[in-house]
Design a protein around this ligand. Structure first.
Ligand code: C2E
Ligand code: CA
Ligand code: CA
Length: 837
């Protein structure tokens, strides 16, 4: 009898040896037991007993007679699960529910751990079952070792490869190492079970899927791919991955993806490449020269710029390849700076082998690089030819007239000053002003006008000597610097050539036009600066215009004297205005149909002992030249308004008006309307009582006066065109400016009856005025016959010595007071007016 330690967890059974007929069983190495129909062990073989002994059972125990099911059901500890599984299997076989049963179970003793496979086979007709055990411990151990091997493999892979991911057969992530997660800033739980392509830069997904597909196409298939993945912070990292299909590997059973992060390497490579490319393709010549003076680097741009290929330049001195600094001193400075380790930046003009000079903006740095062994300077140079050209262009523009390309005033003055300073006073200035150019411009348009100016500019250059300077000062003014002039005769001859050149017909817009010019000439002398010389020529030109255009005048002593006198006179006139010696006198205006006083014209009078001119027209001409006329106009306007205030206060029912003459200068003054409004308001009169008289030529520059006239009109002031018929009449202009009166010039009135042409003109003017809804005033009416004729022609108002000259304001007030109450018309002179002149 042997005591068998049952393979069932630590239980002891006692049994009897197998029957002799079962000697075969005895011979087998596998522990075998036979149980009856209720599970009681009926016999065991020696291997069973030995195994039980190995398991720690005592020698005598064989287990026979023990119920195997009971033992199994009672099992506790780590093997209990397996024991019960075996019990269930045995029951199933004993009851016929199962044909056989097999299971592995673990059998642990304090000293060892073994694995058994138990196979239960039924005996015939419900007489029990045979339990055959196999010791499968070696197989199990091999398996465990393989497992361990797997983890070792994983660990090895993990250690060797910063990125390690296993993909399941469905290409989801089955395993990812901590290191991979750390590297990519990802959380393990986000990665496991996820689609790995969710972490790949979208544009790389296609390639990635293709690589995976290739690896999957054959067992053990392997592909390599570099792609970008988005790390946990959303940054792109470049990874170099190897994909190995290990789905068929009994241990791994997955697709292994291993690899490493090559981001930094790639970035550095890109940077290196860019640096190289950049140096080569920079729009700057980059040249490195070692301390010995030899060229060690010469980029493509340097090749182009200098016309020297790198292979010729390398290893040579700049001098040897024919590249030199235009100013050798600059290169010396640069070399010195580089030796002092200073940076140098500045303009460097290089003379290159083909003989051209290239203006460069250059930066030079000292470089000491022990790694490459380079010690020397690196220069980067940009070709600034274009910029230089632009600078020249700008300088040219600053000094030249854009229309003609001729020197402008500034340039002309500069050059004249240079010429004068050179100590050679043999020079003259001719001031050329085109006659009536404004009219040509109006007629042919600005573009054609510009063309004409260019033509004139060209011509002047042709008729003058090469060292003469033709400049355009703007508008229709050209100024010529005549050099090497010996005397006035020569200067005047040159001026005559200018006149002739301008007179030549000009073709503009398909039509021939003729122009003329007025030229003032001034001779240089030692004490005259350029500006003064130009001013003298201008004054001579002005003088020539006065004498009637298309001619030359020389600035001589007589002219200088006249100018001096005029300047002095203007000064005295200004003082007279200031001191109150100039006043408005009022000349009555009479209705030709009723013979009644309807208003006055205010005329400036210089009174007192200081008065130098009796003739207002004469002193006003000087006033205009001296810039005093606007002061006089304002003074007269102010006194006119005061007078109107008095008329209006005394005899408001008369509606007595007054008109005042306004010079072109004041009419164009932007402050003029406000001034008028102010004086009208302070006089307390209806604005319609005041009328401003302007001459036609004052309207010649519509832009300057249109705004002012509109504002005056809105305010309610009336406007009269003075001296109508003598100027350059423009019907459209009169309509445009909403004029109220036309004043028929004295010259027409004087010749009424004597000159039938004039009669016709006066009739035409009146017809015109009627058509435009304007009232007419005839001035200079001296005789009753004239008055009658004008009345018949339909003129509304007369003004002249027939009734009265201009009288002081006090006398005018008397006239207004004496005016009889409105009653029946009484043609003829009014009252008994005493002429003051
Ligand atoms: P005007 O506007 O045509 O003024 C009329 C001129 O004719 C005045 O000359 C006047 O005295 C004169 N006159 C009036 N009745 C007769 C007449 O029956 N026969 C003749 N032969 N002449 C007559 P005055 O005062 O010498 O003024 C000359 C010009 O001076 C004026 O011509 C006007 O254009 C200008 N003027 C006068 N005062 C002013 C003023 O305050 N400002 C401006 N800007 N110009 C003024
Ligand atoms: Ca007038
Ligand atoms: Ca007039």
């Amino acid at each position: 009898m042997v005591t068998v330690e049952s393979p069932l967890a630590g239980s002891q059974v006692h049994g009897t040896p197998l029957p002799d007929g079962d000697a075969v069983l005895q011979a087998l190495d596998n522990p075998i037991a036979v149980v009856d129909d209720v599970g009681c062990i009926v016999s065991v073989n020696d291997a069973w007993v030995a195994a039980a002994r190995d398991g720690g059972a005592d020698e005598s125990a064989t287990g026979v007679g023990v119920n195997y099911l009971t033992i199994c059901d009672a099992a506790v500890g780590p093997g209990a699960e397996g024991a019960r599984e075996v019990a269930d299997g045995l029951r199933a076989v004993l009851t016929g529910a199962a044909e056989s049963f097999s299971a592995d179970y673990r059998c642990a003793t304090p000293t060892q751990e073994r694995w058994f496979n138990v196979r239960v086979s039924p005996l015939s007709e419900g007489s029990g079952a045979v339990l055959i055990h196999h010791d499968v411990t070696p197989v199990r151990q091999a398996e465990l070792e393989a497992r361990a091997g797997e983890t070792r493999l994983l660990r090895a892979l993990d250690e060797s490869s910063p990125i390690f991911v296993l993909l399941d057969s469905d290409a989801t992530v089955a395993h990812v190492t901590e290191r991979t997660c750390d590297l990519l800033g990802l959380r393990r739980e986000d990665v496991i079970g996820a689609d790995p392509f969710g972490f790949v830069e979208p544009v790389d997904v296609g390639r990635g899927q293709q690589a995976l597909g290739e690896a999957l196409s054959v067992p053990g298939g392997r592909t390599r791919i570099e792609c970008r993945v988005l790390d946990g912070t959303g940054r792109r990292r470049v990874v170099d991955l190897t994909v190995v299909n290990m789905l068929d590997d009994p241990v791994i059973r997955a697709v292994a993806v291993t690899g490493f992060d090559v981001t930094d390497t790639r970035l550095n490579q890109i940077a290196d490449r860019l640096k190289q490319e950049l140096l080569e393709q920079l729009p700057a010549a980059v040249v490195a020269i070692d301390d010995g003076g030899g060229v060690v680097y010469w980029n493509q741009r340097a090749e182009h710029m200098m016309g020297v290929p790198a292979e010729e330049a390398l290893g040579r001195l700049l001098d040897e390849i024919g590249v030199r600094s235009f100013d050798p001193a600059v290169l010396r400075t640069i070399t010195k700076a580089a030796r002092r380790e200073a940076r140098w930046e500045g303009p460097l003009d290089l003379l290159v082998p083909d003989g051209t000079v290239i203006p460069l903006h250059t930066v030079v740095e000292r470089v000491d690089d022990d790694e490459s062994g380079f010690h020397g300077m690196v220069a980067a140079a940009i070709d600034v030819s274009e910029r230089r050209m632009l600078e020249h262009e700008l300088a040219f523009q600053a000094l030249h007239d854009p229309l003609t390309g001729l020197p402008n005033r500034r340039r002309f003055v500069e050059r004249l000053e240079e010429a004068l300073a050179s100590g050679n006073p043999r020079a003259a200035v001719a001031f050329v002003d085109l006659d009536d150019f404004k009219e040509l411009n109006d007629r042919v348009g600005h573009l054609a006008g510009d063309e004409a100016l260019r033509t004139i500019g060209d011509r002047l250059g042709l008729v003058l000597r090469t060292d003469d300077v033709v400049a355009r000062f703007g508008g229709d003014e050209f100024v010529v610097g005549l050099h090497g002039i010996v005397d006035t005769a020569q200067a005047l001859a040159a001026a005559q050539r200018i006149l002739d050149a301008v007179r030549e017909p000009i073709e503009v817009e398909g039509t021939r036009v003729r122009l003329s010019a007025t030229v003032g000439v001034a001779m240089a002398n030692r004490d005259l600066g350029a500006e003064l010389l130009i001013r003298n020529a201008d004054a001579a030109m002005y003088e020539a215009k006065e004498q009637g255009k298309d001619r030359v005048a020389l600035f001589d002593d007589a002219l200088r004297e006249r100018r001096k006198e005029r300047r002095a006179f203007a000064a005295r006139l200004r003082r007279a205005v200031h001191d109150g010696h100039i006043h408005a006198h009022l000349q009555p205006q009479i209705s030709l149909s009723t013979g009644r006083l309807v208003g006055f014209e205010a005329l400036a009078r210089w009174e007192g002992d200081e008065a130098e001119f009796e003739d207002t027209a004469a002193f006003l001409a000087v006033a205009e030249e001296g810039g005093v006329v606007a002061d006089i106009d304002q003074l007269v306007l102010r006194e006119t308004c005061v007078a109107l205030g008095r008329f209006h206060a005394e005899r408001p029912e008369l509606g007595c008006t007054a008109s005042a003459n306004v010079s072109a200068a004041l009419l164009a003054d932007p402050t003029f309307p406000a001034f008028v409004e102010r004086i009208v308001r302070s006089a307390g009169i209806p604005p319609a009582l005041l009328c401003v008289e302007v001459v036609e030529s004052a309207l010649a520059d519509p832009e300057a006066v249109a705004g002012n006239l509109r504002r005056l009109e809105r305010f309610g002031i009336e406007v009269a065109i003075d001296d109508f018929g003598t100027g350059y009449s423009s019907l459209s202009r009169i309509q445009e400016f909403h004029v109220d009166y036309l004043k028929i010039d004295r010259s027409f009135v004087a010749s009424l009856g004597a000159d039938s042409d004039h009669d016709a003109v006066v009739a035409a003017i009146i017809g015109l005025a009627r058509a435009l809804g304007l009232r007419t005033v005839a001035e200079g009416v001296e005789t009753q016959a004239q008055a009658d004729r004008l009345r018949v022609l339909g003129v509304d108002i007369g003004q002249g010595f027939l009734w009265s000259p201009a009288v002081p304001v006090e006398d005018a007030v008397v006239l207004v007071l004496d005016e009889p109450p409105t009653g029946p018309p009484c043609p003829g002179p009014v009252g008994d007016v005493v002429a003051d002149r």
